[in-house]
Design a protein around this ligand. Structure first.
Ligand SMILES: *Cc1c(COP(=O)(O)O)cnc(C)c1O
Length: 374
């Protein structure tokens, strides 16, 4: 099966992990800070706190920003469930804003949701396309509202030359196996605010600080959200190759862009020249006359060994959220969910693989085209 995204592990990655395994410290050693420094160097952020997942990092981020019971967090529904879930873990209420045609949160839809209870706005860089954090900042001028960038798709992305990871008050990355680089499972919180970094470090390790000798103190409630040295060794090895990975994904994306230019069946999402996307996903948006056969198209592609995926079912459609908030419908998110298919796009693909996806998808769309009564 050709998957929509996957890891690339080379011999030097394996070597780095083996070395870490042979060292005295499997966790809490200096490979953690070495990886964190590499994240700071890449993004220009002052502080990085590596954790065992982006979900943990999101939770630690909301805690660091003081999100509590009855506070409100505004976010997008076109994301992985964890973006909103981590706010719920803090007891907050989640307000969903609608999205733009590129899959990112729509600042115009955020505006009417802001009120005295709003504590945090969380944007997501869909597919690696950086959300317009400056425009969101304009909405929150003269307020205490903080901005989180869930950049789980976007390690290596930039906007006007400014790196993702250094745009919002808090930025979150994921190093899950299929994300831009991997530490098996893993994530990180990046910030320029020392207090936020200190809070995240406490949350990561039980809220415990060392005093003298055996004496320690637990000064707030924490968790075990630590990332091991073995995982950080892989991350440190992987991050050196990030640019190569992204360049290869751009090459695959270019083949798709060229092939689908002027397509009768679908639209692609254009990446303007001031944007560099990590290209975690290559989303296409089927024209509305194909929405009713999207499931058939998906199934037939899978039957032919092409593992397309759909990103995302809007978070508010999950039973858990329906039970909390009742029925919600946001037109932009609904249409995006009906239209979106993520095509295979990763650093292990050949040009030939990409052409195979194109010819199969075109053939299948042609086949099902007439089955939808408009
Ligand atoms: C993958 C992902 C997460 C969760 O990442 P984990 O590291 O698996 O916890 C959160 N948000 C988005 C947008 C993601 O894609």
């Amino acid at each position: 099966m050709m998957v929509y995204s996957r890891q690339k592990i080379d011999d030097d990655d394996i070597q780095a992990v083996v070395e870490a395994l042979k060292s005295d410290m499997l966790t809490c050693g200096n490979r953690v800070s070495e990886f964190e420094s590499a994240l700071c160097e890449l993004t220009g952020a002052k502080f990085a706190v590596a954790m065992n997942s982006a979900t943990s990092a999101l939770h630690a981020g909301y805690i660091a920003l003081g999100v509590n019971k009855n506070d409100e967090v505004i976010t997008t529904p076109i994301t992985f469930a964890a973006t909103a879930n981590a706010a719920i873990m803090c007891g907050a209420n989640v307000k969903f804003a609608d999205i733009l045609p590129n899959g990112n949160i729509d600042p115009k839809s955020i505006k009417p949701l802001i009120n005295d209870k709003t504590k945090v706005i969380t944007a997501v860089d869909f597919g690696g396309y950086p959300a317009d954090i400056d425009e969101i900042k304009n909405l929150t001028k003269n307020s205490q509202i903080k901005i989180i960038d869930d950049a789980s798709h976007a390690l290596g992305s930039s906007r006007d030359g400014k790196m993702v990871g250094n745009l919002a008050d808090v930025s979150i990355f994921s190093f899950h196996a299929i994300k831009p680089i991997t530490t098996f499972e893993g994530g990180a919180l990046l910030t320029n605010d020392e207090n936020i970094a200190t809070s995240a470090r406490l949350t990561r390790s039980h809220g415990i600080i060392k005093k003298q000798a055996w004496n320690m103190d637990m000064i707030k409630l924490g968790y075990n959200y630590r990332l091991s040295d073995v995982a950080c060794a892989l991350g440190f090895s992987q991050i050196k190759k990030l640019d190569k990975f992204i360049n290869r994904r751009y090459e695959i994306a270019k083949i798709y862009d060229d092939a689908f230019k002027g397509s009768k069946y679908l639209k692609t999402i254009e990446i303007p020249s001031n944007i560099r996307s990590a290209r975690h996903l290559y989303p296409v948006l089927l024209n509305s006359n194909l929405w009713c056969v999207k499931e058939d198209i998906y199934n037939e592609l899978h039957a032919r060994g092409i593992g397309v995926q759909v990103h995302y079912k809007p978070t508010y459609q999950f039973s858990f959220y329906k039970n909390l908030y009742g029925e919600i419908r946001l037109n932009g998110a609904e249409d995006f969910y009906r239209a979106e298919l993520s095509l295979p796009c990763h650093q292990m693909m050949s040009d030939e693989d990409a052409r195979l996806v194109i010819s199969n998808l075109n053939e299948i769309m042609e086949k099902y085209r007439s089955r939808c009564a408009i």
